[in-house]
Design a protein around this ligand. Structure first.
Ligand code: FE
Length: 340
């Protein structure tokens, strides 16, 4: 009897082993980021750990809605967005859980992660003013606020207010000046626009060198992507673009992060934490810098030479959770002031 039992145990052990071998370790990522750097990093992670990374790409609001609807049944382990405000919103909805990672705490500068550990920044980007160095010397520029001066009439190029980068910029103005002044600023910007908002950040810079306007508001990495593009026209546009960091005599230039959090019901929680930790390592931060010209979230990684060429700047130290807190108000102001 005991021999039969022993054989049974051995069979059970062997079959369990086979099953474990057949089970591929994985981590499921919902992401709003749309850059080549990310695909490169996910592949490297797969090769180094054997954990396969499955990616679903969509807009942040769509992904957040999907997470809410899926609830405990969601297969998502990680949510990545291109804006701290959306991560804060996901946290408030109870869609994220704490990562409890000492690696992340020690790697990522405190300003660029949630103090409670629900999300961490992966990269930093500035929203700057750019101009065409062949047509302008930028001496008229100072602050975001000053762009509403009548001397900037018909000169501003900026994308639609449906875009989260503009919503977060306006949210930062609400946080600093209140709703009234933020609304006056948005109206003034609309008045000084060279054309109705259209296209993405890169399109604003192309319009700039074709003479459609004199100043554009764009995220820093798009300057780098143009400056190093394989397309000769894009590269020429990039070479003519000059970066101006606004508000250097005051609070500093508006920055935002791309960031990530582990979902509340992550089925592969450990793998999710491993991937987050991987994305903030020195090597990964260098990939984000090299492939997408972003600023690192840790202070021991050198800037990419292209990024360094724009100069150093003081960043607005506003707590990034404010961007989420004032998002709804910002969208209302855009609608009211006719910023399309
Ligand atoms: Fe972007």
């Amino acid at each position: 009897m005991s021999r039969i039992y022993a054989i049974f145990c051995i069979l059970l052990f062997v079959s369990a082993g086979l099953f474990a071998q057949g089970t591929q370790e994985s981590v499921n990522v919902y992401t709003h980021r749309h850059y080549e750097a990310d695909a490169q990093l996910f592949e490297q992670f797969e090769n180094e750990t054997g954990i396969s990374v499955n990616v679903v790409t969509a807009g942040a609001d769509e992904l957040i809605q999907r997470l809410s609807q899926e609830g405990e049944l969601s297969s998502a382990d990680i949510l990545i967005t291109a804006d701290a405000g959306r991560l804060e919103y996901a946290k408030e909805l109870g869609l994220l859980q704490k990562h409890n990672s000492e690696d992340i705490q020690s790697a990522v500068l405190p300003a660029y992660r949630d103090v409670e550990g629900y999300w961490t920044g992966l990269t930093i980007r500035g929203r700057v003013i750019v101009y065409d160095g062949a047509q302008d010397d930028g001496s008229q520029l100072s602050t975001y606020e000053a762009l509403v001066d009548p001397s900037f009439a018909d000169s501003l190029l900026v994308r639609s207010s449906a875009n989260i980068y503009n919503q977060s910029l306006l949210a930062s103005l609400i946080a600093h000046h209140g709703v009234g002044q933020a609304e006056a600023w948005a109206s003034g910007m609309v008045r000084n626009m060279a054309r109705e908002p259209q296209g993405n950040d890169r399109d604003q810079m192309k319009a700039l060198v074709s003479g459609e306007g004199r100043y554009a508001i764009v995220n820093t990495y798009y300057v780098g992507l143009l400056q190093t593009s394989n397309d000769p026209f894009e590269r020429e546009v990039g070479q003519r673009i000059r970066v101006f960091f606004p508000n250097q005599d005051g609070r500093g230039t508006h920055v935002n992060v791309s960031g990530a959090g582990i979902t509340a019901h992550a089925p592969n929680r450990e793998n999710a934490q491993k991937l987050l930790e991987y994305l903030v390592t020195e090597q990964s931060q260098e990939v984000f810098a090299k492939a997408n010209f972003e600023y690192p979230v840790r202070n021991d990684v050198p800037l990419h030479p292209v990024v360094a060429s724009w100069g150093t700047f003081k960043a607005d130290e506003l707590n990034l959770s404010s961007l989420g807190a004032f998002n709804t108000e910002a969208v209302k102001i855009f609608d009211k002031t006719g910023w399309k």
